[in-house]
Design a protein around this ligand. Structure first.
Ligand code: COA
Length: 189
């Protein structure tokens, strides 16, 4: 089972069915904040919905296509990070993430994205990690920037959020860049 320690008191753990209620409670208690940038919030109405998401994610894991992990802070469910199905043919993966509002401002997601990059490059031997952030989502963009991702371009009106189209900024990290960055300090708050 995937499990990683990120910071003191902060852990990444593979999402399992028994986490369905904790995941639902975290989403439910932060709906207004999360729905600004996440399209699935209104459709998450019960633990059956989070259980279904977790089942799908575990099937993905079983097929060796990547996974979603819960972020736990002092034993509380704080957020999620995960990936779309790994594209093995092109050795690349795309990440997505969210953090409950109480847990922002501490570098937790930056550490989680960094851990997922280690997973992608070291464990899965992939060549590329990609992120897409809405052009207005400055806090999300700050994460790949902080970790030395390259801003590669804009997908015009690439995301429909609650009836409004948003441009998406594409950020990419190549294995060669990640290895180079590891040799010197890139992370800056
Ligand atoms: C996107 C999101 C995860 C960003 O959260 P965040 O707290 O800003 O990101 P981090 O956990 O990496 O923390 C970075 C913050 O901690 C601070 N920080 C403190 N110690 C730090 C450290 N050691 N390393 C990095 N940052 C640190 C940074 O300065 C930054 O704060 P600032 O924005 O006030 O400058 C969060 O806003 C969120 O979930 N939003 C809703 C859903 C969403 O937008 N998802 C992404 C869709 S693309």
């Amino acid at each position: 089972m995937f499990r990683a320690s990120l910071l003191p008191g902060v852990e990444l753990k593979l999402l399992e069915e028994r986490h369905a209620y904790a995941l639902y409670s975290a989403i439910s208690s932060d709906r207004e904040y999360l729905r600004e940038w996440l399209p699935w919030v209104d459709a998450t109405r019960s633990t059956d919905d989070t259980r279904e998401f977790i089942d799908k994610s575990l099937r993905q894991f079983a097929k060796n296509a990547g996974f979603h992990a819960g972020i736990w802070v002092d034993g509380e469910y704080a957020g999620t990070i995960g990936c779309q199905a790994i594209n093995w043919a092109n050795r690349k993966v795309e990440l997505g993430y969210w953090l409950g509002s109480r847990y922002t401002g501490r570098g937790i997601m930056t550490a989680a994205v960094s851990a997922m990059c280690d997973q992608a490059f070291d464990e899965w031997s992939l060549n590329r990690v990609q992120l897409q952030c809405a052009a207005g989502n400055v806090r999300s963009q700050a994460i790949p920037r902080r970790l030395g991702f390259r801003e590669e371009g804009l997908i015009e009106q690439g995301q429909l959020l609650y009836g409004k189209f948003h441009d998406l900024i594409v950020f990419g990290m190549l294995r060669s860049m990640w290895e180079r960055n590891r040799q010197g300090p890139v992370l800056s708050s």
